[in-house]
Design a protein around this ligand. Structure first.
Ligand code: SF4
Length: 317
């Protein structure tokens, strides 16, 4: 399956920075949080990872930056398999991988100064370097001696972004980076992330449940359901002609600014909650909630396959 994905993945024309192959995470008690995920990410590209909470998108991001050890699959970064490297060999590569967290306050140590937070446990940066980073994210070098509680939510997230940039990464996993912030602040942080990407050539794995933010930020989008990718493709394909019933349901819940369009468009209401990842349904795991489900959907699991330039895991697509 991985070989087929490599052939069909629209990003494969460029040498990927990151290739994720059959990535898995089974937690204690048999919870399959991530159940065989494949995607490529090119240098300087942004891939959006969307889905309801509990679908495995954050767990995937944490495995990519090695905060969690996968229980299966491979992570190829710059052609090297991270899952097979010793801790010593992994150390220099860790600098290339970084993460921005959802809640800026809970991810910043309240007892550390901004300098200590940005400079990290080994205090690798000089005062000037920390000052430069703070200015780069829209803060001031004067802020280095202050503590997190002295900042607003948006400013605290800027500190989290400065910390993520401190090691000079090539790939940053952004895990819901604006969802804890006031709506008025969200656009500023999204624009900052876009500017930093343009200046530094960063690749982003952008995890979010807000489909409007993902549309703004991401050239490609992957939709996850119950630990698997059910559709992946270019933004125009996913938003313009979504092919998987789950993608269509997610998009139909996003309000449209034009009241005439809003009044007439199709709305697909998802039935019930996602099933437990401990005991996923047989066949297509979306079938208990899918308004199009057929007999085959209850017995046979659909694999990702190319459909009109994107990949979809649905028997009827
Ligand atoms: Fe729905 Fe069947 Fe497609 Fe699954 S495979 S999304 S149940 S139509």
């Amino acid at each position: 399956m991985s070989a087929r994905l490599t052939e069909l993945d629209p990003s494969s024309s460029r040498e990927p920075l990151l290739s994720v192959r059959d990535l898995r995470m089974t937690f204690r008690g048999g919870v399959r949080a991530v159940d065989g995920v494949d995607f490529d990410l090119a240098p300087g590209e942004t891939l959006g990872l969307v889905g309801e909470s509990g679908c495995g998108k954050s767990t995937t991001g944490r495995m990519v930056v090695r905060l969690l050890e996968p229980t299966g699959g491979r992570l190829l970064f710059g052609g090297r398999d991270l899952t097979r490297l010793s801790q010593r060999d992994l150390l220099p590569i860790r600098r290339d991988l970084s993460m921005i967290f959802q809640d800026p306050f809970s991810s910043l140590n309240p007892r550390q100064t901004v300098h200590q937070i940005v400079s990290g446990p080994r205090d690798l940066l000089t005062r000037e370097q920390v000052g430069d980073l703070l200015e780069r994210v829209g803060l001031s070098a004067q802020h280095a001696g202050r503590f997190p509680h002295q900042f607003s939510g948006g400013q605290a997230q800027r500190i989290g972004i400065a910390r993520a940039l401190a090691s000079g990464p090539r790939l940053v996993v952004c895990d819901e980076p604006v969802s804890a912030l006031d709506v008025s602040i969200q656009a500023q942080i999204v624009n900052l992330l876009a500017d930093l990407q343009a200046d530094l050539g960063l690749a982003y794995l952008f995890i979010a449940h807000d489909l409007s933010v993902v549309r703004h930020m991401c050239a490609r989008v992957a939709v996850m359901y119950l630990g698997r990718i059910v559709e992946i493709g270019a933004r125009e394909q996913i938003y313009g002609t979504p092919a998987h019933p789950y993608t269509r349901a997610l998009l139909s819940a996003v309000p449209v600014p034009d009241p005439d369009v809003e009044a007439t468009r199709e709305r697909i209401v998802l039935r019930g909650d996602p099933p437990s990842p401990k005991a996923p349904p047989p066949g297509c795991s979306f079938h208990p909630r899918c308004h199009l489900a057929q007999d085959i959907c209850r017995t046979s699991r659909p694999e990702l396959r190319g459909v009109n330039g994107r990949q979809v895991a649905c028997h009827l697509a």
